[in-house]
Design a protein around this ligand. Structure first.
Ligand code: 5GP
Length: 183
């Protein structure tokens, strides 16, 4: 794997796809154990756009009937979280009375997760589980429980596997980290 350049910034290889794939196997096994005997149809809620790649990998591994629903939220501008979470699209189905498994690409400050928890209450979802591919534990200090976590990472800015820098870089299969030494 080699360094990549996205607009003005340089990124170096960080987490290869193979490690992500193993983590997804583990998380999927946990979700299957919790939901395999469900007598409802749980919602798998893909948080656009960052979770698209993770959601598609995860849902291939889930072995119970589920409904895929999407919703778009924004909070990031460039490499910085603005703290203000806006719902800009969806959800694409009514969540009232449903059990929802939220699929997030990464939990950083947790502002998005808190906004989602409040939103689920507001629309009357029956329950919410959080599944995130990545977590920055040094930054996340909110009280919302993260039920399924793929990998923990230090507080750095990453791209790839669905995550972007100003809109690009999402299509990389591996994850890259901002290379500060190249600034
Ligand atoms: P939070 O609300 O937890 O601060 O951030 C959640 C959202 O910010 C994530 O869903 C993701 O879109 C974006 N985000 C957080 N950390 C990173 C990062 O390191 N790289 C990228 N590309 N996006 C991030």
């Amino acid at each position: 794997m080699e360094k990549i350049k996205l607009f003005d910034k340089c990124f170096r290889p960080y987490i290869p796809y193979e490690r992500l794939s193993e983590a997804i196997d583990r998380v999927a096994a946990q979700i299957n154990a919790d939901f395999k005997d469900a007598d409802d149809v749980p919602v798998l809620l893909c948080i656009l756009n960052g979770s698209v790649m993770f959601t598609s990998e995860l849902m291939k591994r889930l072995e119970f009937p589920l409904e895929l629903v999407s919703m778009k939220l924004t909070s990031y501008s460039g490499t910085v979280s603005t703290g203000d979470v806006h719902r800009v699209l969806g959800p694409t189905a009514d969540l009232r009375g449903r059990r929802v498994i939220v699929v997030e690409d990464i939990v950083d400050t947790g502002n998005t997760i808190v906004a989602l928890r409040d939103y689920m209450k507001e629309v009357g979802a029956r329950g919410m589980k959080i599944c995130t591919m990545l977590l920055k534990p040094d930054i996340y200090k909110k009280d919302v429980q993260l039920d399924y976590v793929g990998l923990e990472i230090p507080p750095a800015f990453i791209v790839g596997f669905g995550l972007d820098y100003n809109g690009i870089g999402r299509n990389s299969k591996d994850i890259y980290v901002l290379d500060e030494s190249a600034e």
